[in-house]
Design a binder for this molecule. Sequence first.
Ligand SMILES: Cc1cc2nc3c(=O)[nH]c(=O)nc-3n(C[C@H](O)[C@H](O)[C@H](O)COP(=O)(O)OP(=O)(O)OC[C@H]3O[C@@H](n4cnc5c(N)ncnc54)[C@H](O)[C@@H]3O)c2cc1C
Length: 452
Amino acid sequence: MRILIVGGGLVGALLALMLGRRGYAVHVVERRPDMRRHGFAGGRSINLALSDRGIRALERAGIAESVLPLTIPMRGRMIHHEDSTLEFQPYGIAGQAIRSLSRGHLNLALVEAADRLPNVTLEFEWRCVGVDPDVPAATFVHTTTGEQRRIECDVLVGADGAFSSVRDALHYRDRYNYCQEYLEYGYKELTIPAAEGGGFRMEPNALHIWPRHSFMMIALPNPEGTFTCTLFLPFEGEVSFEQLRTRADVSAFFERFFPDAVPLMPTLLEDFERNPLSSLVTIRCYPWVVGRTVLIGDAAHAIVPFYGQGMNAGFEDCRILDELLDRFSDDWEAALAEYQRMRKPAGDAVAQLALDNFVEMRDKVADHHFVLRKKIEVLLLEHFPELYTPLYTLVTFTPEVSYDEAYRRGQVNERVISEIMALPDIDQRWDDPAMLDTYRQILERYGTARSA
Ligand SMILES: Cc1cc2nc3c(=O)[nH]c(=O)nc-3n(C[C@H](O)[C@H](O)[C@H](O)COP(=O)(O)OP(=O)(O)OC[C@H]3O[C@@H](n4cnc5c(N)ncnc54)[C@H](O)[C@@H]3O)c2cc1C
């Protein structure tokens, strides 16, 4: 049985490792040069937030132990308000954290682990230019010599990211559904260097957010003491990238909206000029499986980054496909059919959750009512874990609940919290132990007693 994986990014490399461990002959063909010899050649973000769905997949692949030490736990959001005050909002209960991780280091760890298996072959600098799903087979062109070759296989996996060439081939078939939507926002990465003499210039165990209503900046820590900041801003309009034409424009914009960050960003102007302005896209398509050709990761469901779930969702695809191969005793037809049935609704749900979370991050987190809602959610989770799980906890820390189920439960949660917020004097009484009975009655009425 020959498995051909197009794309050796995060998801392709993890799947190669999992399928290699099952004993298949796995062939990964990647467009970029081998990062072990050429370093990390660009990428879509310098660091990423890894959370429990991703960790569970890494555990299944036997690689979590070597990846987790490379991560920095972020236990909550550190809000940088407009008046430069700071406010820490925990993500969950004690011990729950998402983890900042270098994309390059993670990809390297996955590629090295897959390559150690004798039945896994990795080839670099070959770009897929065509796919014949009926065989299945893929055609590649060498990125420097221009040489062309065709590889036939038993199962062809498109793990080649948001602009997948494998998906392109499916796209032009009859009854193929495809939808691509760009946000009117772009993003640019910037840097906060380590302090002189080493160490972090801000709290390292938090994801920093500067919410500014219609736009925001975030920062995630890196192990060497730096932070990677990402500015999300509309492309056009009154406050937008198109208005930031000169160094003076950029300085004035940062002084006005992020005054506490400016002294921490000595290379701001150089970074701003040098780093690319990138776009944000959501891609939905169906089917994900055509014969023995299958899409996985961003190739199947490219989402905006605001829930920090794109890679986690792709890793979960791999974990579930691997579990289905167990369940169906390596009957690929049955496993692929079930993979698609389970994962397409999950992909749609996480795409919507990610879009919704942008509004939460850039606007609501700075709002007094939102902060109170979050505090009440944590209190409900602490007192009634069997009755209430906040949406963020379901998405981020509860891999046993699918994204689509989390989405549905999140909508019930909204109604529960809205009812609690409408109680008299809730601002003053929310943590009064006398309120617990009322909360329980509301929770029981909504029947949210299916906590994970
Ligand atoms: C700004 C930003 C921040 C993000 N932050 C997070 C986060 O915090 N947490 C999270 O979980 N997710 C995050 N994501 C999402 C995450 O980056 C993606 O979901 C993840 O990279 C998907 O992995 P993939 O392997 O499916 O695709 P990719 O990482 O895009 O890898 C695809 C691979 O296929 C190769 N390839 C492409 N075309 C071809 C071809 N024709 N032939 C051969 N090879 C090809 C590419 O070179 C690449 O190596 C973020 C995304 C962005 C843009």
